[in-house]
Design a protein around this ligand. Structure first.
Ligand code: AMP
Ligand code: GLY
Length: 433
């Protein structure tokens, strides 16, 4: 098959690496890709949100199968457009992608189908929203309805702060995404990412991974796209409840509402004292979670995605996973998730890739005319490492960062997977070399 993969992050580098291992893959093209992806796929410079450009390209190049990495083209309806042109594609339609593109849709959907989630209400004007605060207690969870690149959620500690935030949400802080605002009950518990693949009718569980959303050690600093991840998650044994109470009712419910869901269902869950509750859905693999999933997956991902796209998930056999631990430490540009420099030279990635158990996936990288590797985004490299134990995987990842990767403009969190370690390793700050 001739495959077109859409996206340019660490998630897509990991997907490209895995797709390339499939005997079904004859040619892999990636749009737009990054410096790492371009080493293993043919890259074409079409942006992930240029839906018309991507569809025209797929038609012109007689692509057999399209895999969509990020959420934006899904929310823009790329799956509907490709399907209309007769091109097979893995991902949800625009209507099914509403599970990510509209938090209000998802919460109302959960109510209709009895899926456990935080109590909430939805508002389109500031006065009603402020009045509702009186019915809730602190802390207050305030969310923009639409896609806001992971930044549309505020947890306000006091009512005054919540009121100030509501003023900002309704005065366009998040553009269209904030015209409709949700206020939710604050849930306490441990947060986890759980992944599954659906084919419209049925749903196949993958595995759980742990993300680290905050920028700095000790879960301090602003929220980011994710600064690291690991899998397996020690002690996690809630798959059956998550499937029975959340994922199966979701896939059934979407089919019953004439928006059957095909693609990756990524449930952001709070493991509360009353059991797992849905925080939010994403309709694609998580980044940086995908990178650890792909390194643990022994089965043929491309085969699974193609069968799901054809509504034949039942034909996928047992999904096999390595028992090893995999850790991913993200190297980001200093300043991320705020403003940061681009175009800085990064050295040592090849040396890191030679180290035991280490595989580097690129995110925001590009090449200079003379072939030097340059930073080109906020999250720049993913240092993944596999080990027989979490401790071994963690040590391997940080060893690669300390002894091989050379980029003074980068920073990492030093406590990725620390909570999964028996002896809670702690190391000093990464300053590059
Ligand atoms: P979301 O984009 O909806 O996943 O929210 C971003 C982050 O805000 C989540 O990863 C949680 O850490 C936190 N969060 C969102 N909703 C709630 C809630 N109802 N209770 C507690 N924390 C929440
Ligand atoms: N790591 C969380 C996400 O991909 O949304």
């Amino acid at each position: 098959m001739k495959i077109l993969l859409i996206g340019s992050g660490g998630r897509e580098h990991a997907l490209a690496w895995k797709i390339n291992q499939s005997p079904l893959c004859e040619q892999l093209i990636c749009a737009p890709g990054n410096a790492g992806i371009c080493e293993i796929a043919d890259c074409v410079d079409i942006k992930a949100d240029d839906v018309d450009g991507l569809v025209q390209f797929a038609l012109r190049e007689a692509v057999n199968f399209v895999v969509v990495g990020p959420e934006v083209p899904l929310a823009l309806g790329i799956v509907d457009d490709l399907t209309q042109q007769g091109i097979a594609v893995f991902g949800p339609t625009e209507a099914a992608a509403m599970l990510e593109s509209s938090k209000a849709f998802t919460k109302d959907f959960c109510t209709r189908h009895d899926i456990p989630t935080a109590k909430y209400d939805v508002f389109t004007n500031v006065a009603d929203a402020k009045a509702y605060l009186g019915e809730m207690s602190a802390p207050y969870v305030i969310k923009a309805d639409g896609l806001a690149a992971g930044k549309g959620v505020v947890i306000a500690e006091t009512k005054e702060e919540a009121e100030r935030e509501l003023d900002e949400f309704f005065s366009g802080k998040f553009g269209d995404a904030g015209e409709c605002v949700l206020i939710e009950e604050f849930m306490t518990g441990h947060e986890i990412s759980f992944f599954a693949i659906a084919d419209g009718k049925s749903v196949l569980p993958l595995i759980a991974a742990q993300d680290h959303k905050r920028a700095f050690d000790g879960d301090k600093g602003p929220n980011t796209g994710g600064m690291g991840a690991y899998s397996p998650v020690p002690g996690f044994d809630d798959e059956k409840r998550i499937m029975d109470e959340i994922l199966i009712p979701t896939v059934r419910g979407m089919a019953a509402e004439s928006a059957p869901f095909t693609g990756v269902l990524f449930a952001g869950l709070m493991m509360t004292a009353d059991g797992p509750k849905l925080i939010e859905y994403n309709v694609r693999f998580g980044d940086p979670e995908c990178q650890v999933l792909m390194r643990r997956l022994n089965s043929d991902l491309l085969d699974m995605m193609f069968k799901a796209a054809k509504g034949r998930l039942v034909d996928v056999g047992l999904v096999e996973w390595s028992r090893d631990a995999v850790v991913n430490v993200v190297v980001a540009a200093k300043g991320y998730p705020g403003s940061y420099a681009k175009g800085e030279v990064i050295k040592g990635v090849d040396a890191a890739n030679q180290m035991d158990g280490v595989q580097v996936f690129h995110a925001g990288t590009t090449r200079s005319q003379d072939g030097a590797l340059l930073s080109a985004g906020g999250r720049v490299l993913n240092i993944t490492a596999q080990g027989k134990t979490v401790a071994q995987a963690v040590n391997r990842a940080y060893k690669a960062i300390d002894e091989a990767v050379n980029w003074p403009g980068g920073f990492v969190r030093r406590d990725i997977a620390k909570q999964a370690l028996p002896n809670k390793l702690c190391q000093t700050s990464f300053e590059g070399k």
